[in-house]
Design a protein around this ligand. Structure first.
Ligand code: ZN
Length: 332
């Protein structure tokens, strides 16, 4: 497999000196989905965090619905046909329906009600494994009760810049009869192409991070977001098929990756584990992780894991209404 890339050159006259300046931009093509991506010269676009996250956590904690004193009162319960307990508890992780649904089956799972403040450097394999286990149990429960809902994903908006509306760290699961755009694109990739890509990256070595046993990790060749990492788990196609050892292995890799982000000075990220229908032959369960800009007061990004990692817009303004409001200007 050849990893396709082209170099583009930008030319300009420098202000002040009048000297000609050339800048190189590399266009890369993702070998799985074919999307292209631009690699720019280092410009300091992603400065390290200089924000007092802990102080901000103390400030917003008193009204947090995911903290121990409020979680049972302020979070919704799962319907009885889905789970008799109304919520799914694994270790410290607690899963419940998303008050603001993004799909037929939309769940939020906090790593722990007691961990309102959880910087990326403090993410442990245990916390991640329990949370993933809760999401896997949720996906299995939905699929058992609603067999048409075969598309599951486990996602993260971590800290406000990533699209999270609540500070308290959590994961989000979606299970539906419809794939997101990226789930569909990835499910259409022939099995051999996944194998060829991983072989090519392993041989090249420049982006290959290593394997944690069954799961292989690498830095994305054509990233859709900053500092993007990918991981591939052969033999399982859906988060619903994740159990015991594989959950522990995945959690271990995620803790390594997130610790790496913390070292680089990042505290906000998006993540997506893209499931295909359970049993899909040759499809490796795979994920993307990517850094987002660091938190600044009063900032909320417009771009969530849906837009950034699934190519799937999530808007609350119907295009028809927008057209009605804006279209008038064009007809004047
Ligand atoms: Zn909280």
């Amino acid at each position: 497999m050849i990893l396709r890339r082209e170099l583009l050159t930008a030319e300009m006259i420098e202000p002040g000196t009048g000297a000609p300046v050339r800048t190189m931009v590399e266009v890369r093509h993702d070998p799985l989905t074919g999307h292209s991506s631009r690699i720019l010269p280092e410009r300091g676009l992603m400065p390290a965090s200089d924000f007092d996250l802990e102080a901000f956590a103390r400030e917003n904690q008193p009204s947090c619905p995911f903290c121990p004193e409020r979680i049972d009162r302020l979070t919704p319960r799962l319907p009885g046909w889905l789970h008799p307990d109304g919520q799914i508890v694994c270790g410290e992780a607690v899963l419940f329906p998303n008050l603001h649904a993004y799909s037929s089956h939309s769940a939020v799972s906090v790593y722990s009600p007691r961990l309102h403040y959880l910087p990326l450097g403090a993410m442990t394999p245990r916390l991640l494994a329990d949370n993933l286990a809760a999401q896997a149990a949720y996906a299995r429960a939905v699929m058992a009760a609603r067999p048409e809902s075969v598309w599951a994903s486990v996602n993260a908006n971590h800290m406000l810049p990533s699209g999270s509306s609540l500070f308290h760290p959590h994961l989000q699961g979606i299970v539906d009869s419809q794939p997101t755009t990226f789930q569909r694109l990835l499910a259409e990739v022939p099995a051999q192409r996944f194998a060829d890509y991983l072989d090519a990256e392993r041989r090249d070595g420049q982006r290959y991070l290593g394997d944690t046993g069954r799961i292989q990790w690498l830095a994305s060749f054509a990233p859709v977001a900053p500092a993007e990492l990918r991981a591939f788990a052969p033999g399982v196609a859906s988060p619903a098929e994740l159990t015991g050892d594989l959950i522990a292995e995945l959690a271990h890799g995620l803790a390594l990756a997130l610790g790496g982000y913390a070292e680089m000075g990042f505290e906000s990220f998006n993540g997506a584990i893209y499931g295909a229908p359970p049993g899909t032959e040759g499809y490796p369960l795979n994920l993307r992780l990517a850094c987002r800009s660091n938190l600044k007061p009063f900032y909320r990004s417009d771009s969530t894991f849906l837009e950034r990692l699934h190519w799937e817009g999530a808007v609350d303004l119907a295009p028809e209404n927008v057209a009605r409001q804006i279209g008038e200007r064009f007809r004047r």
